[in-house]
Design a protein around this ligand. Structure first.
Ligand code: GDP
Length: 305
């Protein structure tokens, strides 16, 4: 089986690519840094024609923190939709037996949900703070369904919680809060800052997926023939931002007090993914220990900050 990973230098993409190589898979990675622009249809078609994959992991995404996706709303929305659409159009032209596997962020859920159940995924507007990013993922879902209905192109879509772990950007504006706070706290420690400032009130609750868990779910998704309506890669476990900041503080040994800058928006109050369907589908799945995940991530960023 031949596998093509698009966005193979991004946070999830690079971890997935490394795992597939380690497993001895026949895998090709592609990213903007090796000269492939997924916004250019001709390049996407040429790539798929030359690799002739059985499975395409569409890990290419334009995203970041909620400040980022608001500031660059038009670019975020149109880049995500256009890149994915180019992939489906090229598969339609080259070989409709190629299967697509791709992640959708939990911010594509309605903004007022607490525990996010798959059957309620589209029952309401995404939160204003992530309007561009969340809606771009819904758009990709809609056309994955249309391409299945008309051309029989199979897709496996997965919904993921906020992801963290080694391999992410060193820019806290481009990462989710857990990696973001690790980066900022290590920077604060290095520069001798007296206090650490959490963006917002610290009260939002988030579920955290360690990168290895998400990669494992993506690898197992190969076994699923077609599942365009996504299921959650969920543990149904949430941590407040303040509790997450305290765990990071204990791990990286920052001594000062934690304060809050409420000029920053909070976003969704609660985002926890229902785990029912996932645990039914992957009964033996064991999630990574959260404290160890934070420790590994602190170690990763220590070498880079
Ligand atoms: P969200 O799930 O789309 O809201 O994304 P984030 O993971 O980026 O943010 C979750 C919450 O953490 C928000 O309330 C942020 O304001 C807050 N937060 C606190 N400190 C940080 C930080 O350093 N980086 C980020 N990205 N968010 C932070």
């Amino acid at each position: 089986m031949k596998i093509l990973v698009l966005g193979s230098t991004g946070f999830v993409g690079q971890n997935l690519y490394a795992r597939l190589l380690k497993d001895g898979c026949d895998v090709v990675g592609s990213s903007r840094s090796d000269g492939t622009d997924l916004l250019d249809y001709a390049q996407v078609k040429k790539l798929i024609e030359s690799v002739q994959p059985d499975v395409v992991y569409n890990m290419a995404t334009h995203g970041g923190s909620m400040m980022y996706v608001r500031e660059f709303a038009a670019d975020v929305y149109s880049d995500n939709v256009e890149m994915a659409l180019n992939v489906y159009k090229a598969i339609k032209e080259v070989n409709t037996r190629i299967k697509v596997i791709q992640p959708f962020s939990n911010c594509s859920y309605p903004g007022d949900s607490s525990v996010q159940h798959e059957e309620e995924w589209l029952n309401g507007q995404v939160h204003d703070s992530v309007f561009s990013f969340g809606n771009s993922k819904r758009a990709i879902y809609y056309f994955s369904q249309c391409y299945y209905n008309q051309y029989g192109i199979r897709t496996v879509n997965l919904l993921l919680p906020n992801t963290y772990g080694p391999g992410d950007s060193c820019d806290p504006k481009k990462t989710h809060a857990l990696n973001g706070m690790i980066i900022r706290m290590l920077t604060a420690k290095k520069s001798g800052d007296e206090k650490f400032v959490v963006w917002g009130t610290g009260s939002p609750i988030r579920e955290w997926a360690y990168i290895d868990d998400f990669v494992e779910a993506l690898v197992r998704a190969i076994e699923i023939d077609h599942m365009e309506y996504p299921i959650n890669v969920g543990q149904q476990k949430g941590y407040s931002i303040i509790d997450s900041a305290k765990m990071i503080k204990d791990t990286c040994g920052f001594k000062g007090p934690i304060e809050f800058d409420t000029k920053f928006p909070d976003g969704d109050p609660v985002k926890i993914l229902s785990s029912e369907k996932f645990s039914e589908l992957f009964q033996d799945f064991e999630f990574f220990d959260h404290k160890l995940g934070i420790l590994n991530t602190v170690e990763y960023y220590k070498e880079r900050i």
